[in-house]
Design a binder for this molecule. Structure first.
Ligand code: URA
Length: 230
């Protein structure tokens, strides 16, 4: 089938806006931008608009996984097992991560093949709360609360972090809520006080919480209600 005909037949598009989508380079076929509507697509071609997969036959997939320590948040890696290796799903190669965790970090990880949905989780514009349980090498002082709420300057990105909420739980443990997801953000924030993070666990992302019934290394599909919440 021709690509423009395929797009024009979908409920979200018509002939005219399909042509515009193609011309603006927002359509990919098997990962390559295609601007020519006359291009032929095959049954198993992967069609995306702005990262959203369009095949009617290829369902959108959404999973929550309890990431164990020692597994890499990536779809492939030369040395370590990846989180994709934990999924026993035929279409797992099409999945990507909605927010990564460091090798030693445990907790909630979301995987999907729906780029629109994952952007609402990861893009700082949406300010979705990500809650972490943290244990540190040194005592955590009251002054951390104010400093994290004010924001910290990250020189590499040349930005000030969004106000974050810190709840002290014990002398060396706390719950930190972030509204963005910068590279190694939690460790860098505690690093400001030269306080190494010894344990880091993501408890929730927005309305989605990791339940105790899901042990490390296990996963489950999200329900349609959970998908709609994001
Ligand atoms: N911040 C970190 O420093 N590491 C993570 O894995 C997640 C947030």
């Amino acid at each position: 089938m021709r690509l423009d005909r395929f797009l024009g037949n979908l409920p979200d598009f018509n002939r005219r806006n399909s042509r515009l989508l193609l011309a603006s380079g927002r359509v990919r076929v098997d990962g390559q931008v295609v601007r020519d509507g006359c291009s032929e697509i095959r049954e198993f071609s992967r069609i995306e608009v702005d990262g959203r997969i369009l095949q009617p036959g290829r369902a959108a997939l959404y999973f929550m996984l309890h990431k164990p320590a020692g597994v890499v948040s990536a779809t492939r890696h030369e040395r370590h097992r990846t989180v994709l290796d934990l999924l026993d799903e035929p279409d797992r190669q099409g999945l990507h991560l909605a927010g990564r965790l460091d090798l030693g970090t445990t907790g909630l990880l979301l995987l999907t093949n729906d780029g629109h949905w994952s952007r609402r989780i990861t893009h700082p514009r949406y300010k979705l709360a990500k809650v972490y349980y943290v244990e540190t090498a040194e005592p955590i002082g009251e002054e951390y609360i104010e400093t994290f709420a004010r924001g910290l300057y990250f020189a590499f990105e040349d930005l000030v972090t969004q106000p974050a909420h810190l709840e002290l739980l014990g002398s060396h443990s706390a719950r930190l809520t972030l509204f963005e997801g910068r590279y190694h953000q939690v460790k860098r924030m505690f690093g400001y006080f030269r306080n190494p993070v010894l344990r880091l666990h993501r408890e929730s992302m927005g309305p989605l919480r990791l339940e105790s019934e899901l042990p490390p290394g296990h996963y489950r599909p999200l329900t349609s209600e959970e998908i709609q919440l994001i």
